[in-house]
Design a protein around this ligand. Structure first.
Ligand SMILES: [Zn+2]
Length: 598
């Protein structure tokens, strides 16, 4: 059997100290180039926002000079009155460097821009230089740091969160640019956290928002540190983090997911942080092989997909009780098209879907990640390449793109970059196509370059060209995108028989000859999606293939058996013109995705 080598993502990838106990079933292959809509959006971020963030004094300044204690005493309302924008706060400003390192590292792997490499090295150098003697690498004044005696502000601390993103960003960079100093810095952060919150020490869930769930996101970074170093104390600490969260009745995410409870309960259902903890369970499963960790992540994912997504693939949230805020999951009956989708949430949803695709090899995860990218994520990025919307709703008068350094604008580019590295994969047997966005991808194990051409997702037909020197036999697995009803596959003009696998991918087996063309033609019907939600209201949305449609004005739709018949070309009969959701309301103007049913 062939060994699936995910580490071949790049020849410069450094080998982790410890191979995971569970090998990934689906290994992303190296994307050489991306075109189409994703290519355009990546270019905008890489050429514009990436450099703006790199030059922002708030990226590294707070690590180097610290943050004044006043940030704790000045109420948020007054900061907002002084012009502070949504999603930006000195309390969590330490997260941006880790997020930037992650996204910019992935960008460099495709652009190989020497200027970007220097910027990455300089950012890492400055961040490492700001680390304190005891390993602390945050932005808080000494009396507010996570290892200081807890005070009345501990519940709103984002200090552990900052360390979660530091370790994540630095280890993501180091995977491609091996550097013992980077690993040492992460070990020192990990040790300080472990010495403060390890077995027999303080309860980590007593610090941080939402019953400590914002701190619980540290789990994934600690498992990464274990994988990178092979140091058992980090695995023990990771398992202890799970125990601490399970012992807190208001957090308890893993047991709640194993019991198939709704995600609106644990940690007040705070969507972004909840999904980030699920990511930690996924990584812990890879390193330990303990099925309950994977099961908790899968159950959480299924619960979100069933009851908490818009048609755009974005996880909507709503404060249905006073102790929650608008970024918390609410029970499905609180659906309403004015509910927001935090960009950090859709990013983490995409990240979770891609992680589960790698672990399980199941096509449903690829389809959900792609639907969220093509609709919700693209809509969140301003076409100026700089600003991002923070909480776009499906129906809104204005998406309100924000250019400043804020949590959402630091998250969104990571989703674009991560998705671009998961277009084509390899399993133990097959080459596997997860997305048909135009791209070229190297599959070194097969000595193959796969080139995808076409105008997907706007056109329903794509062509795949296999560039290889010698004929070779291998199965080609093809995903059926969200919103596609069927697909027809031809090779050199001849229709092929495809067989659906238990993974959800469709398999084509043959002996491939160099330069052969595969044409995949999808059936992309217009589909009507009826939803009902709070206040007894019902709504209808339309999609064509994987593209969700929207209009600029509200229009009441009569209840009838066949709503699709109301669509004539690109219009609702007697009503407004429909266009792809991501484009309507971009950069300014109203968006209507769900039309009221009368
Ligand atoms: Zn955010």
């Amino acid at each position: 059997m062939r060994v699936c080598l995910c580490l071949l993502l790049s020849l410069s990838v450094s080998r982790a100290a410890l191979p995971p106990r569970i090998k990934d079933a689906w290994c992303p292959q190296r994307t050489l180039e991306v075109g189409g809509i994703l290519g355009e959006r990546l270019k905008l971020w890489r050429e514009r926002r990436l450099w703006r963030v790199a030059a922002d004094p708030s990226l590294l300044g707070p690590f180097e000079r610290g943050t004044p204690i006043e940030i704790w005493t000045q109420p948020r309302v007054s900061r907002a009155a002084q012009g502070e924008e949504v999603g930006a706060s000195p309390l969590w400003q330490g997260e941006h460097i880790g997020k930037w390192l992650h996204a910019a590292t992935l960008a460099y792997e495709q652009t190989h821009d020497p200027k970007l490499l220097s910027a990455l090295r300089e950012a890492v150098r400055r961040l490492l230089a700001a680390q304190k003697e005891n390993g602390y690498l945050g932005t808080y004044p000494p009396e507010k740091r996570f290892y200081a005696p807890p005070d009345e502000d501990a519940w709103r601390s984002w200090d552990i969160w900052t360390h979660r993103y530091n370790i994540y960003g630095l280890l993501s960079y180091e995977r491609f640019h091996p550097d013992p100093a980077v690993v040492r810095a992460c070990v020192r952060m990990g040790d300080l956290l472990r010495e403060t919150f390890g077995p027999g020490k303080r309860d980590m869930t007593q610090i941080g928002t939402r019953h400590g769930m914002s701190s619980g996101t540290l789990l994934e970074s600690i498992v990464m540190l274990y994988e990178r170093t092979g140091e058992r104390r980090f695995l023990e600490f990771a398992e202890h983090i799970v125990r601490m969260s399970e012992d807190n009745p208001k957090f308890r995410l893993m047991s709640a997911m194993l019991e198939r409870q709704d995600v609106s309960g644990p940690g007040d259902g705070k969507a972004y942080q909840l999904m980030a903890v699920l990511l930690g369970y996924g990584e812990l499963y890879r390193m330990t092989g303990q099925a309950r960790y994977l099961q908790a992540a899968v159950n959480g994912w299924e619960n979100i997909r069933t009851g908490h997504l818009y048609e755009t693939g974005g996880p909507w949230t709503f404060a249905h009780v006073s102790f929650k805020n608008k970024e918390c999951f609410a029970p499905p009956e609180f659906f309403d098209p004015t509910n927001p989708v935090e960009v950090c949430s859709v990013t983490t949803w995409i990240q979770l879907s891609l992680q589960l695709l790698r672990i399980t090899g199941e096509a449903r995860y690829a389809a959900e990640a792609e639907r969220a990218v093509l609709n919700q994520l693209m809509a969140s990025q301003s076409p100026d390449g700089i600003a991002w919307s923070t909480h776009p709703a499906a129906n809104t008068s204005e998406r309100k793109y924000v250019a400043s350094l804020n949590c959402c604008a630091s998250s969104g580019p990571r989703a674009l970059e991560m998705f671009a590295t998961h277009l084509i994969g390899a399993t133990s047997e097959a080459v596997s196509v997860a997305s048909y966005l135009p791209a070229s991808v190297a599959i070194p194990e097969r000595k193959l370059k796969l080139v995808v051409r076409g105008d997907y997702p706007f056109a329903s037909s794509v062509s795949l060209v296999l560039e290889m020197a010698e004929p070779a036999w291998f199965p080609l697995d093809l995903a059926l995108p969200w919103g596609a009803k069927d697909m027809r596959v031809e090779v050199n003009g001849n229709k092929q028989r495809i067989e659906r696998r238990s993974s959800g991918f469709y398999r084509l087996r043959r002996l491939w000859r160099p330069g052969e063309h595969v044409r995949v033609t999808f059936e992309f019907p217009v589909t009507a999606h009826v939803r009902s939600g709070r206040n007894g209201k019902s709504w209808i949305a339309f999609s064509r293939g994987p593209v969700v449609l929207a209009a600029e004005s509200l229009f009441e739709i009569p209840r009838r058996r066949n709503a699709v018949a109301l669509i004539e070309g690109d219009r609702i009969k007697g009503g407004p013109r429909l266009a792809p959701y991501y484009r309507v309301g971009s950069p300014h103007g109203p968006v209507v995705t769900y039309f009221p049913l009368k």
